[in-house]
Design a protein around this ligand. Sequence first.
Ligand code: PMP
Ligand code: GLN
Length: 379
Amino acid sequence: HVSKLPGSPENIFSKMSGMANRYNTINMSQGFPGFQTDDYLKELVYKAMKDGYNQYAPLAGVPELREEIVKKIEALHGKKYHPDSEITLTAGASQAIYCAISAFVHPGDEVIIFKPAYDIYEPIVKTNGGIPVHIQLKGKEYTVDWNEVKAKISDKTRMIVINTPHNPSGTILSKADMLQLENLLKNTNIILLSDEVYEHIIFDGEKHQSASSFPELSERAIVCASFGKTFHNTGWKMGYCVAPDVLMKEIWKFQEIIVFCVNHPIQRAFAEYLKDSETYLSLPKFYQEKRDYFLEQIKDTKFKIIPSAGTYFQLLDYSEITSESDILFAEKLVKEYQLASIPVSVFNINNQDLKQLRFCFAKENETLDKAAEILLKIG
Ligand code: PMP
Ligand code: GLN
């Protein structure tokens, strides 16, 4: 048979985590928190199970949870989504992204994707017959050239994908960026897919600029979010998307045939847990302390650092240490130094320009200490 997705089933995250296990290394490659999710939240899941919420949930999700999420979005971004018709709980943000692209991208449609990009957007576009149109983010600070975006928009452009805070670079889109985007998209019928899974992991007093808070973006946006990143439970695969009802209706048709609904007791638990906003508003401080701790430990190395502005990822530039490719250097770090990271070039258009590795700093301080000791030895 001819594969619809040529290449290996093993992506870079599985590859590096697999190597980390084989070589028994410190694993700062695949992005997941090294901390336990709150015991109280686990108890709420158990309680929901004991209370009998063990059968299918409604297709769009548990009403109480939908209410809590739309209230939270209104409080943070001033946009009121309708809890009955403009939100869907999904199996992680991944399924929301899958549904959003599948529902709207027809064969021959163009989808603008900024590179480096999280690795699932492009294959989903392609398996729907869409054509990815790449735009490389510029320089070591990974900024958007909006003139280039304007030039790449055509009458075939169906969708544009943004991700802020950005994996893997740790950069964020500013209010000025969002206004530029709003200006380019108004009076078009282009759909915006806004991947905001790291919305609560943002530093230095910056405010997350959600597509939902810009009126002419929110009317065309599908905003995707993930509880896994926010509440240290990536393995629960619970996320959601919000969008205007005309778009959500189409997403529901895909929800229905892919999963129908997602984990019922976990949704019940989050409906209760989200009532305390401290559970997510405390995150910027928590992760900024992690970032700063890690950067302080490695300040005497030869790695060049632009502090991450958001996400739990930090890029380190090793160009003063070696001219090796990032793939070879990442493999060497695993095999010879017992430290696993992610080579960033695999998500870029032009592979060889940047000498950067991505490190996930969502780890206990003792793990960060051990990683820093290794990085000090290398350079
Ligand atoms: N988008 C980005 C940018 C991510 O980093 C991730 C998680 N790695 C996802 C989407 C998928 O999130 P989830 O695990 O909730 O499916
Ligand atoms: N999003 C995580 C990362 O960027 C990993 C997700 C995955 O393993 N597919 O590392």
